[in-house]
Design a protein around this ligand. Sequence first.
Ligand code: SF4
Length: 394
Amino acid sequence: MPEGGVRPARVDFNDARLSDPAVRAVGDKIRSGVRLTQADGAALYRSIDLIGIGTLADAVNRAKNGDTVTFACNQHINPTNICTLRKTCTFCGYARLPKEEGAYRYTMDQVLEEAAHAADGLTKEWHIVGGLDMQAGLAYYQEMFRTLKSNFPHVHIKALTAVEIAHIARIEKMSWKDVLMALRDAGLDTMPGGGAETFSAAVRDQIAGKKLAGADYIGVHRAAHELGIRTNCTMLYGHVETIEERMEHLQMLRDLQDETAGFLAYIPLAYHPDDNVLGEALGRQGTSTSGVDDLKMLAVGRLFLDNFTHIKSHWIMVTQALSQVSLHFGVNDLEGTVVREKIYHAVGAHTPQGMTLDGLLQLIRGAGKIPTERDSFYNVIRTFETPAAEPAAV
Ligand code: SF4
């Protein structure tokens, strides 16, 4: 198994906590070091033994990461919401057409103004994603990354989803690889995992008909990994996808990780049905994914993706309280301080747009875990002592 292959030597759990025979069968495989199949994952999704699933995921996570929970002090920057797929990504409430009310594209001065938070010395990473804007091609992002690096050389640039890389390649008539090399030379350090949605072509037809195909998302990430650019990966869930389609998606991620070991973390992303066409069509507005499904998405990811070290909960999408509970369901990494999130708040996320460092520490300590600030490659920057006190509220 390559470097990303981090199956723990020994996984220990209490069999008495597994009430469903199907979950017990998966537990036997995990204890014996046998790889889970898609059918195993589907059985977990269908089981009502949430505590059993959590017990297994927690055991695997503890064997890999102990009680450490990591986070990065990061800041989201969304430089443009203008997007050519505005009419076809039916789950999106963020995008606008160029002349539509609310459309924006930052100038470099505006990017710098937003990035100025990093002057506090706390921010160590920018997470930069936006729409597929015809006026935001290679030169726009090269200038942005160079400007940011020259003003804040200590801040890591995690930017542009596979979909955005493919968009730039298309409008510049370049290969994915050439775009990635040009952006890396300008300052791109790693890539986020957005844009994956659910890979199934049938699902994409319904929710993102014109978006980069699942196989091409994998292709862009493979190209990045081959250039030494590490990336994250995601799955958008809770819309029209089936359990089997979730498992096919996870299989494609696990296969690429076997091949390249280039993924840093897997992050399931909960669909929010407000303020988007899909939510209206499904009659789902005002509802969101269930807490049980949110926890299963994280736990099954932990168990099936045996070649990943890091499973991250995105508290912006599932709430801080659920993210805290997920630290006992296989999660070892939390989305960081963020500062000002726009994309998920455009579709009804009711969470804050950012979180203070103290808030994050309190959340992690409240789960009985050890808060650890990490850099973008998961190297430890500092571990925070946990005072002997009552569990803290979130
Ligand atoms: S999800 Fe992304 S690609 Fe699709 S419309 Fe929204 S911003 Fe554009």
